[in-house]
Write a protein that binds this ligand. Sequence first.
Ligand SMILES: Cc1cc2nc3c(=O)[nH]c(=O)nc-3n(C[C@H](O)[C@H](O)[C@H](O)COP(=O)(O)O)c2cc1C
Length: 405
Amino acid sequence: MASKFENPWKQNPWFESVAVAQERARKRLPDPVYKALVAGSERGQTIQQNQDAFSRIGFAPHVAGHQPERTMNTSVLGQEIALPVIISPTGVQAVHPDGEVAVARAAAARGTAIGLSNFASKSVEEVCEANPNTFFQMYWTGDRDVMLQRMERAHKAGAKALIATLDWSFSMGRDWGSPEIPEKVDFKAALRFAPKVITRPRWLWTFGKTGQIPDLTAPNLAPPNGGPAPTFFGAYYEWMTTPPPSWQDVTWMAEQWHAMTGTPFMLKGVTRVDDAKRAVDCGVDAISVSNHGGNNLDGTPATIQVLKPIADAVGDQIEVLLDGGVRRGSDVVKALALGARAVMIGRAYLWGLAANGQTGVENVLDILRGGIDSALLGMGLSSIDQLAPEQLLIPEDFVLALGAE
Ligand SMILES: Cc1cc2nc3c(=O)[nH]c(=O)nc-3n(C[C@H](O)[C@H](O)[C@H](O)COP(=O)(O)O)c2cc1C
């Protein structure tokens, strides 16, 4: 007979906000792993502002006359999604043994898409199997033949679009110090990291159960002849030593992907109006207004502040998404009202993954869905399609038109 006794001290694995998930992740992950997710660059100005800027925008809700039914489904890069939120690509090495596969399953369970990083710990084949709505993300790294091979592999695996992330300036220094990450997890590294890991029994147990140790390789960058996948640092070295892309290279990449697959191409990392217009000229289908979650050049403004002029300039020609600082459903609503078609989330789902695996990522998507719905309800709207800037309270100096004539 099952005991009626319930342990009153057992922590409920469900969490009510992304902030609670982050706090659980902080307690649960070894310090270097947690710090690698916090990331940010230099003095951390951009990473902070991405989040803070959302709190400068307000709402003016109605007291009655609300809509009983509200919808938030849309499409992104040709795929129907149940809410205007998709998974932004991140390398989630060592957070959870199922890594991006758990994230992909969670996204599929909640009817949305995943962007898979070329630095990811799981192969594009496994991730596409877990979620057919997978978009493959590439940096400008390696020579053109290598890039074409990687595109080909992603397409064969079933990726439905390509995301090219080009906003990276190799800005490495952080005022709070960077976490030490081993080149690979061998016996020597395990011994050295043991003191940091031993204080995190739940994390150890999650990996221990699977008999796996964190894999710090990038399987999607493995050579086509079956050679070994590079380590994360090997991959980073290739990236650092690749000459930076020109606008002609962007055109080349978009053309190659289109010719090879006939599916959409997104340029991620746009913060300026002039760049957004050039991206249109290069033949992209979508952009993400993004500053790499504050990991690129510190001092880049919050993405929500630069969104509207970009959406006004190119939103009728291509899909405009936003990422950076999204932690709640009301943030999503603010971005949509200022012209985004959907948002991409980064750290929010990483905290969910660390806190409770696949279920934790589903929990995060549910929090965002709930928050979007509350905002629509309060504003008396029945669909995200009705969102417009007039519904927001925006400080006068808020919107920044970078690179506008
Ligand atoms: C730990 C970490 C790793 C990331 N890795 C990648 C990556 O491999 N490719 C990429 O396009 N963006 C990467 N990003 C940026 C995210 O895709 C996204 O732009 C950013 O996290 C959004 O900000 P948010 O974390 O505040 O939601 C990474 C971000 C973090 C925090």
